[in-house]
Design a protein around this ligand. Sequence first.
Ligand SMILES: C[S@@+](CC[C@H](N)C(=O)[O-])C[C@H]1O[C@@H](n2cnc3c(N)ncnc32)[C@H](O)[C@@H]1O
Length: 237
Amino acid sequence: MWECTYDLLELLERDGETFGGKAVLDLGCGAGLLGILALKRGARLVHFQDYNSTVIEQLTVPNVILNCQEDNDGDSEDNKKGRGKGGLQEEDSCEIKIKAKQEVKDSSPPPKKKAVDQSQQPLLAKCRFFSGDWSTFLALVEKDDPQPKYDIIFTSETIYNTAYYPSLHETLHMLLAPGGLVYLATKSHYFGVGGGLHLFETFVEKRGVFSLDHLWDGEEGLQRHVVVLRFKKTKDS
Ligand SMILES: C[S@@+](CC[C@H](N)C(=O)[O-])C[C@H]1O[C@@H](n2cnc3c(N)ncnc32)[C@H](O)[C@@H]1O
């Protein structure tokens, strides 16, 4: 777990965010706590992505399963609220799909499936899991019919390498729903790798697609931030 994820969790707890009926993506998820929060609070679907298939298989999936088990005996209060507000729907697909990047390249091996009885775990049926880099992930979900658009995209501690800003930005651009929000938690600067918030903000500004607002700026030690991105308003919107 990276520190900025705790900052974002605290901010969501303090300022509130409604998840009822929403489609959520935890991009660069690691342990997946942000997606798990959304899942337990009534999100319609939650997709988890990490570069590394071992992380997904050995950390994210078991963590989601453990956290879903607590809710096995029935819907949580938040779930009930979500259903009331947003028209909670079950996803049709009840498979846990773990798609590794080699699977995308060859397109021959079938997705690996875990032996989990999802009928016992209704929350799990709303999840999908992806591994691979952002370009591969984007290409994969763009093939889905209907193509998912996410109301909320979480991405925490993912802007440390400037080389990946184009593919990260493209993924956010293509997959965020109109009116959706990208919550980004990050340090000011990542020593040794060179990326950080200032460079990412400059990149976003140049692209001209999103506006970026600071929601929280930590003052202590290595500075940490939570920012939100949303599509810029056009003259017509
Ligand atoms: C420092 S970890 C943060 C993990 C988690 N969000 C947390 O805060 O604990 C960075 C994450 O970004 C993902 N990531 C970084 N660059 C990526 C890329 N080019 N394509 C896909 N995922 C990437 C990594 O797989 C990893 O999950």
